[in-house]
Design a protein around this ligand. Structure first.
Ligand SMILES: Nc1ncnc2c1ncn2[C@@H]1O[C@H](COP(=O)(O)OP(=O)(O)OP(=O)(O)O)[C@@H](O)[C@H]1O
Ligand SMILES: Cc1cn([C@H]2C[C@H](O)[C@@H](COP(=O)(O)O)O2)c(=O)[nH]c1=O
Length: 207
């Protein structure tokens, strides 16, 4: 059984992940590929319940509990959606993965980023993406886009600018540490320009 391709989108809130992952899914599907479009948190039935808790529960959630909820969502998503798809030879395009936990819980919540990463690696039996597309955007622009498209913020979006600056810096550090896995794009570019850069890189991977 052939192993498919695991592509993830990362970046701050409002950086354009859903927009680009949907465009890439459409492009690959039109080219005759079988694509599974996944997401975390909330890509499974169990995950939807965990998403509701972690993003919308009223009241305090301790940072380590928050990290464990994301890791539980991830463990179930990888075991029941992503690994079966990869084993079938499909392409999995996923909005957010373990780099989100390192950036948001590790650096945003100021836990130990190495420990948070290790927790996700344990949860997923050490599955790493073949390519991670990081849409890098300054915090103010991301916030402006959210304001235009949202009626309310979730628990993470509602954190202050300092939190989101730490998240951005953490993503950039992760990308610098693993340049072969990451494609970093300036997310202030137009939607079509970004889509073209992403298609170019994915075409190389598929060739
Ligand atoms: N390159 C772009 N230029 C301008 N606006 C964009 C661009 N990409 C996406 N947008 C717009 O910004 C908003 C947020 O985009 P999108 O939902 O794709 O971001 P996201 O990263 O998935 O957000 P979140 O992490 O909060 O789910 C949408 O209104 C979308 O149309
Ligand atoms: C996977 C993951 C996500 N988060 C945060 C990041 C966002 O603020 C929300 C998810 O919202 P989206 O609209 O689906 O992007 O959750 C996190 O803090 N840690 C994670 O591991």
């Amino acid at each position: 059984m052939g192993r498919g391709l695991f592509l993830t989108f990362e970046g701050g809130d409002g950086s354009g992940k859903s927009t680009q992952s949907a465009l890439l899914t459409g492009w690959l599907t039109a080219a005759g590929r079988t694509v599974v479009h996944a997401r975390e948190p909330g890509g499974t039935e169990l995950g939807l319940e965990l998403r509701e808790i972690v993003l919308h529960r009223r009241g305090y959630i301790a940072p380590r509990a928050e990290a464990l909820i994301y890791a539980a969502d991830r463990a179930h998503n990888i075991a029941t959606v992503v690994r079966p798809a990869l084993e079938r030879g499909d392409i999995v395009i996923q909005d957010r993965y373990l780099d989100s936990s390192v950036a948001y819980q590790g650096s945003g919540r100021v836990l130990d980023p190495g420990e948070v990463r290790e927790l996700s690696l344990w949860a997923t039996e050490r599955l790493l993406p073949d390519l991670t597309i990081l849409l890098d955007l300054d915090v103010a622009t991301g916030r402006g886009r959210l304001d235009d498209s949202r009626t309310r913020y979730d628990r993470l979006e509602a954190e202050g600018a300092e939190f989101h600056h730490r998240v951005r810096e953490s993503y950039l550090a992760l990308a610098a540490a693993e340049p072969e896995r990451f494609l970093v794009l300036d997310a202030t570019a137009s939607i079509e320009e970004l889509a073209e850069r992403i298609r170019d890189r994915v075409s190389v991977l598929l060739a």
